[in-house]
Write a protein that binds this ligand. Sequence first.
Ligand code: NAD
Length: 484
Amino acid sequence: MSEILKNYIDGDWRESSDRATFPNEDPARRGSELNRAAASTEADIDAAVGAWGRTALPERQAAVERFLDALASEREALARIVSLENGKTIREARGEVDSALLEGRHHLRQISVFAGQSAPTTDGAIVSWEQFHPLGVVGVISPWNYPLNVMCRKTLPALLTGNTVVFKPASFTPGSGVFMARLFERAGVPKGVFNCVTGKGSAIGNRLVRDPRVRAISFTGSTEVGRTIAQMAAVNFTRTQLELGGKNALIVLADADLDAAVDATVRAGFGCAGQWCTSTSRVLVASQVAEAYMDRLLTRSRALVVGDPLAETTDMGPVAGPAQFEGISAAIAQAQRHGARLRSGGVSDNRDGYYILPTVFDGVTRDMPIFRDEIFGPVLAVSTVRDLDEALAWANDSGYGLSSALFTNDLAAALRYGREIEVGMAHVNIHSGFKTPELPFGGWKDSGFGPPENGRSGLEFFVERKAVYVKAGLSAQGSRVGDR
Ligand code: NAD
């Protein structure tokens, strides 16, 4: 019988209140069962939200530091779990742990500076200062594509600023969520400060959002679910930080270094089987270089090794599960029906797992669904454009605005792109997924809502602010505290 993963609530490991479980499948092996996770109920969320812990800043910093040490020491074990339940390659999964460590250490350093911003100011007899307070209980709801990096990017700032976290991992990746809970336990985070409840978003995620005791929700996932969350949260004025879908464009101008542009396209188009939120999914290439770019792109795409994600030589694993597989397969068929030209890839013949090959379409026009809709898989839609004017118009002709990249050697073009592109993350001569923790991670338009993660707002999102004014030494000289 497979292992049952339990919830971590108020420092205890508990089954779901009705003892129900759901299977966790390895997408490289259809029908497999890695383990089973607690299919939690509203009562479980209720128990998790009720657990409240308070700790002083130095204690919180020390606990987060111990957690990050534990994460670093478990890099290989965790990478294996992520690869097994998500399907990304073992090398990509190690990269995810490293990214979580880089960001976590940044937040650990940043909290000291952030706390220092609330220092006293003085104006004659009135001493005033800004105070930061924890919000209380916050909910973290994460997707399956970066099951540990995304949760760390939300959870560590929430804990460092003194909040209690109730974390709901995505239903495809309960194993990495539960593993993180074990690391928090091992790091000695006090009972009740970090809680992990697994289960379906529609069953317990919305219960977490609607709970009036939960003062903020940091969510990463689809735009559709994000919109529902924003509506539910508005009822109690619950703060939201929503990182949502994308349809990210990479622009290649006529003067671009084509090898660099192709490298970036392959990396951001097919990394994690096209399941980064910042994946490149549209390419807008200048007509003068379109053929040369396409030749190189097709050669590189066809050479990628697709297969067992645990093999060190694999470049691309399966997509995350049956729903993704069906959705991507349908989008490929739809693109063909709408007249886009399939130049490479498609659904793989390897039916052991949920495999889609690195797929390239060209002849894509603005009215086609493949140009407009997020597919979230290894599928590139290539369109030819005249120049930067047309490229910007096409790139911005999207409901989404998460990330983008431009390849050019023209400084004026790069600066204009930086001004006019409608996205939260813009890159010049770098692939669309590049990020550093010092800068905000978030999207415009339907790609995000509320203050972004990382950057300045990564910690700020999780605090209440209070301005305190104290008039000292009112009348008599001797009235000051401490005077006799
Ligand atoms: P999803 O929206 O289906 O699920 C995300 C999380 O929300 C899961 O934990 C799910 O269980 C939960 N959920 C579902 N319904 C809910 C409800 N009614 N109330 C509360 N919670 C609910 O997304 P997914 O399929 O896990 O992830 C893929 C999507 O995430 C893509 O659209 C991708 O672009 C997006 N994404 C965005 C970013 C970003 O930073 N902008 C990063 C990664 C992924």
